[in-house]
Design a protein. Structure first.
Length: 314
């Protein structure tokens, strides 16, 4: 944080656009030192809840409420003294508007130009092999091990593979992934592609059949609208996703996937089997999602909001 502060002093910026409470704190200190600086807090997470998850278990049980309140109080206090807030869901919008009048709701939608320029070479579930895909950060809470359990327990008569793209949360998470693949002999069923450039990631999505996101029911995930949901939909994939409030709202509105209970591998397998056995339903879901994304959920449809926001701030 000290280095960040020093570098920013050298740069002497007009605007500081920060993404988590520690850089928000640094930005606030810089704003106090250099009055001309405008500070924007771009918040994608429920940070008070997220930060306390890193505490040791016993400490978390005893003191989580206190530290959650303390971090929220600090975040709210600084938000009241900066120039504007950008956030990705309406719950955070309502929270921050209590402390700052200049709050922009800017969902984390994907750019769809590349999806439009490329096309699927085949309809979903029209091949002898079923390709399940996951794109995004890899961790236990984000369903990494559940996906491996799903591909292991899926009916042996189904020729299926799991394609995984993204970055591991930590070296230990990566070790756990490969250890599990080895222990369950999944080398022929699981393909880890790494953290791919955007163009390659999109191409892989367009070659898949079903998009997975089997996130846990951790509080930090309850109200998030994951960008992978929109990416899967733009690629014309039916989505199987954990039944949490924000995800339920998207699926029920757009009718482009199936909801499964948190931490329930058997129900996830049932959902996959339903799509395999009902390919016309799967294709209808895929088409619903793609149409909705192209019409309503693209970055191109909302980026002018950000441009206008900057004009207002400056």
């Amino acid at each position: 944080m000290r280095s960040l502060y020093s570098e920013a002093i050298k740069i002497n910026p007009q605007i500081l656009h920060c993404h988590e409470p520690d850089s928000l704190f640094v930005s606030y200190l810089l704003k106090r030192k250099m009055k001309h600086i405008k500070v924007i807090y771009d918040c994608h997470e429920f940070h008070p809840e997220t930060f306390t998850l890193h505490f040791p278990f016993l400490f978390r049980v005893l003191f989580r409420g206190f530290f959650k309140s303390l971090i929220a109080m600090m975040e709210n206090c600084i938000v009241s003294k900066i120039d504007g807030v950008i956030t990705v869901n309406e719950i955070l919008v309502d929270r921050f508007r209590k402390y700052n009048d200049c709050v922009l709701f800017l969902p984390n939608y994907p750019r769809i130009a590349l999806f439009k320029s490329l096309s699927r070479k085949r309809a979903v579930l029209s091949s002898n092999q079923v390709t399940l895909i996951y794109a995004g950060a890899l961790s236990v809470n984000r369903g990494m091990l559940r996906m491996l359990d799903v591909i292991k327990q899926l009916d042996s008569s189904i020729n299926a593979k799991l394609v995984v793209m993204g970055k591991f949360a930590s070296p230990d998470t990566e070790k756990l992934f490969y250890k599990t693949v080895d222990a369950q002999s999944l080398h022929k069923k699981v393909v880890y592609k790494g953290n791919l450039p955007w163009e390659e990631a999109v191409q892989n999505l367009l070659e898949a059949d079903i998009g997975l996101f089997l996130v846990s029911n951790n509080k930090r995930y309850l109200w998030g609208e994951p960008v992978k949901y929109f990416e899967y939909s733009a690629a014309g994939l039916p989505v199987i996703i954990t039944d949490l409030p924000a995800k339920r709202k998207l699926i029920k509105k757009n009718k482009n996937g199936l909801l499964v209970p948190p931490n329930n591998v058997n129900e996830a397998i049932k959902a996959i089997m339903y799509l395999i056995k009902n390919p016309e339903d799967a294709k209808k879901m895929a088409e619903n999602g793609k149409n909705k994304i192209f019409q309503e959920y693209s970055w191109e449809s909302i980026e002018q909001r950000l441009i206008n926001f900057y004009a207002q701030i400056s």
